[in-house]
Design a protein around this ligand. Sequence first.
Ligand code: GLU
Length: 416
Amino acid sequence: MAVNPFEMAKKQIEIVAEEMNLNPNIRQFLKRIERSLIVSIPIMMDDGTVKIFEGYRVHHSTIRGPGKGGLRYSLGVNLDEVKALATWMTWKTSLLNLPLGGAKGGICVDPFKLSKKELEKLTRRFTAEIINIIGPDIDIPAPDINTNAQIMAWIMDTYSMQKGRSIPGVVTGKPIEIGGSVGRETATGMGLYFVLQALIDKLSLDLKSLKIVVQGFGNVGGTIADLLYKQGCKVIAVSDISTGIYYEDGLDIKKLIEWAKQGNLLKDYKNNKYKFIGNDDLLKSKCDVLIPAAIENQITEKNAEKIDCKIVLEGANGPTTPEADTILFKKGIHVVPDILANSGGVCVSYFEYLQDIHSYFWKLERINEELKGIIIEAFEETYKISKERKISLRTAAYIIAVSRISKAIELRGIFP
Ligand code: GLU
């Protein structure tokens, strides 16, 4: 049976709570969701029929600042998935010590089945339905699976129209022309790259000699595959929703990215040397770095024993279950947890939010330099704790994140 992601998120809290010997009141508080809004979104489709979609926006915690987190359009979206993703955002912003909380949203829809007009209507009506619980000092959505800068622009416009003035800070990941930030689109991939570089230094490995496998070829998977390919690494397998492809001597990532950017699927890519492989075989391929950059619940107790790499770098949120974590830890595989590895996206979202507030925009060099500074500091702290306490990088990262939240809860107290 598929793992319920929110149950998994709560289990992760229990693991770290035990390690930290956390007081039961705080434990309860950490597992609590501040608010969940479920909305019904009616859309007049192009053919004149009405279709109803269900949407969600969840705030896990705003204790350290406004809620922050992406918006996902996918048939896999449900309340428990969004709750888990919101919870993971709280740890992510806390680990980076950003003055933000954790939130997430989504609509249960296959966006590829909608016309552009229908997609716009869906986005605008959804924004109108959640308007009271978003805003620059309440909760700031951003892109996630199957959402992009155009969708953020529609949200920003709908929100601004309702408020009677332009409010770019209501979302991040916007087009640059209307208050977006340079470097936001590639930020998650850049963050993955900085963290990987730092870890391989610790392990005395050589970047260029690494063999890489990437699950997912969207914004995150595509960017990190491209960055590593440009550094001379062999990316031996990648996958999208249609298939995985494998080539021992290294795939031509440049060509594959061009192919994907034109809206094509990997299953239609022609190269006689490349072999098509399924998802499970892709994950079990022998490599140095496995980068799950698709969806949650991919490395489980069923396949963890067969994972054959030195490093798992979590581009996706929640790709590894707690049971699989234990197995990978015993095997000596370094798992760089999602809340650290993929935190580059939310970090540059924070920069975008700051730039919008100040109406002053930074250059790409500054974005990447500040991103590197913040993410490497979080990595060093996490690595140090994991070594000192002989625990996984995930538990170490959670200790840092949870400590900050716990302290904030203690200081603020419980109202009334
Ligand atoms: N969706 C991204 C994440 O899961 C980015 C969130 C954001 O920028 O707020 O981290």
